[in-house]
Structures are given as structure tokens and as C-alpha cells.
Write a protein that binds this ligand. Structure first.
Ligand code: ADP
Ligand code: MG
Length: 144
């Protein structure tokens, strides 16, 4: 992804192949482009409102393109008790598309991913590694 436009173009292709219930992990350092990708994805699905980073709320909920989406940012997530109290488990209901930044903050609590994107900051742009962990995830990536 040489620039943000490339990330947007990629997110637009991805948007067409997301299936209900998919869990997508977004890995990479602060500023690597995780939220930018989610924002572009929602816009590609037709969402016209503001897409805020869920830095403090930990989750933002959307409906767009016939999908229910949940955008998590677990950077500030602390411990298992917070998970139990949060109701997050119920969000992974096989229907919601769950896009999760900082999944490593909730290892052992989060359901497994169908796909992960790992962002690396390069001198010019970003490198994004794609990985599928399920048949649904593999189909989605194959279609891109
Ligand atoms: N190729 C690229 N893809 C995505 N973002 C990029 C790219 N190049 C530069 N950027 C910039 O990097 C920043 C990424 O921020 P953000 O998406 O909030 O990161 P994260 O959610 O990973 O912390 C934005 O300011 C964006 O404009
Ligand atoms: Mg972010």
C-alpha cells in the first residue's frame, strides 16, 4: 500500500467479499493504518457518517451494506474481568462482522479470526500481510 489511496482501494475490494459473522484481526503499531482501513471499508459499504476510532469506547457499532459491523480497538483493554463485564462476547454472534484492532490485548478471550491483516510501517507507505484461518476467510482472500 504505497499510500492511503491504495489502502482505500484495497478496502473497497474487501468490502465486496465480507460475509456475515466474519472476524477480522487488524495488527500493527499505532499509526500503521488499521483504523484507516476500517473507515475505508465502512465508506465502501455506503456508510456516510463519521467513523471514530473506538480508542475509549473500545467498540463502535455500524450497519452498512446489509451488514452489521463491530469495530473494536482493544489497545486500552485491561483484563479478563473487563471482558466478562463488557458484553463483548455476545457481539461475536455469527452475524456481526467484527473488525478488531489490538487483538493481542484479549488473547484467550477473543474468538478466532477468519482473516488477519498485519500492517507494517515502511519508509514509503505500508506493507500489509494477509492471512486466512478458516475456509470463509480463505474464500474471501482468494476473491480479492
Ligand atoms: N498506505 C497507507 N495506509 C493507511 N494509512 C496511511 C498510509 N500511508 C499513510 N497513512 C496514514 O497513517 C495514519 C494511520 O492512522 P490510523 O489508521 O489511525 O492507524 P492505527 O489505527 O493503525 O493506529 C493515518 O494518518 C494515515 O493517513
Ligand atoms: Mg486505530
Amino acid at each position: 500500500m504505497p499510500d492511503e489511496a491504495a489502502t482505500t482501494a484495497f478496502a473497497t475490494r474487501l468490502a465486496a467479499h465480507l460475509q456475515p459473522g466474519m472476524v477480522v484481526y487488524l495488527r500493527g503499531n499505532l499509526g500503521a493504518g488499521k483504523t484507516t482501513m476500517v473507515r475505508a471499508l465502512l465508506q465502501a459499504l455506503g456508510y456516510t457518517g463519521r467513523v471514530k476510532s473506538p480508542t475509549y469506547t473500545l467498540v463502535e457499532r455500524y450497519e452498512a451494506g446489509g451488514l452489521h459491523l463491530r469495530h473494536f480497538d482493544l489497545y486500552r483493554f485491561r483484563d479478563a474481568e473487563e471482558w466478562e463485564g463488557s458484553g463483548f462476547r455476545d457481539e461475536f454472534d455469527g452475524q456481526n462482522v467484527c473488525l478488531v484492532e489490538w487483538p493481542e490485548q484479549a488473547t484467550g478471550l477473543l474468538p478466532a479470526a477468519d482473516i488477519s491483516f498485519t500492517f507494517e510501517i515502511l519508509q514509503d507507505g505500508r506493507e500489509v500481510l494477509l492471512h486466512a484461518y478458516s475456509d470463509a476467510g480463505q474464500k474471501c482472500l482468494n476473491a480479492l
